[in-house]
Design a protein around this ligand. Sequence first.
Ligand code: BTN
Length: 265
Amino acid sequence: MKEQILSYLSPAYPWKEHFHFFPSIGSTNDHIRALAKSGAPHGTVVIADHQTGGHGRRGRSFHSPEGVGVYLSILLRPQCAPTELMHLTCATAVAMCEAVEKAAGFLPGIKWTNDLVSGKRKLGGILTELGFTPQGKLDYAIIGVGINVRQQPGDFPEDIRDMAGSLSMIAGKDLPQAKVAAAMMDSLHTMSENLLTGKAAMLDAYKENCITLNQDVVLVRADEKRYGHAVDIDEEGALIVQFADGHREAVNSGEVSVRGMYGYV
Ligand code: BTN
């Protein structure tokens, strides 16, 4: 598969030498973190055909069977303060939408902040993390993306079958993983070039594609559920939620469900 991915990459892609492919691995994010700590360069990419310990946000596992998905992590070493990277997950979501459009011919939606969706089905997710030097300066950023490419409904475990989808299901044809992987790599390269200078355009694209905006949402934190309306996304990627009494809050973390999705009715 590595050769196939390389053959789909744009000729201008500059990091071919720093691309590692594994038929099977624990987690590409864990592996690239180890590479980052041993000095791997900006632009290092790890892709696996199968993960035995793929994980997502909040310690959840990310189902990563072989032969059907793209499990990718990229290491970036942006020359900036960590506070300038608050939008990293949003920028990645926009880049991944562009990659899917290029490889699969349709533009997915973004469920704030890090899910790629089509209708009510999740097609993929993004997990970002930052690493720091002992002096507290930004050392690296890791972006992990998992996208379901070739699954049919029966391939998903029963508990997520009604909520999960793949690019091939939506496109109505079997799509090669390598084509999707290469489009993701090209888009992540372009995103990294514009990461610090193209924030406004990125945010516009994010808002345009974000299915959470202008929807009723429920905010779940610990045992508490609060109901509001998503009215905006700020320049750091926080969701602005308005509550019944009119006050607004910028939401950065916690679980946000959109009415009608993933079981919230
Ligand atoms: C989520 O849906 O919460 C995020 C899922 C992120 C999964 C990707 S797959 C590649 C990389 N390696 C991991 O262990 N996780 C990310």
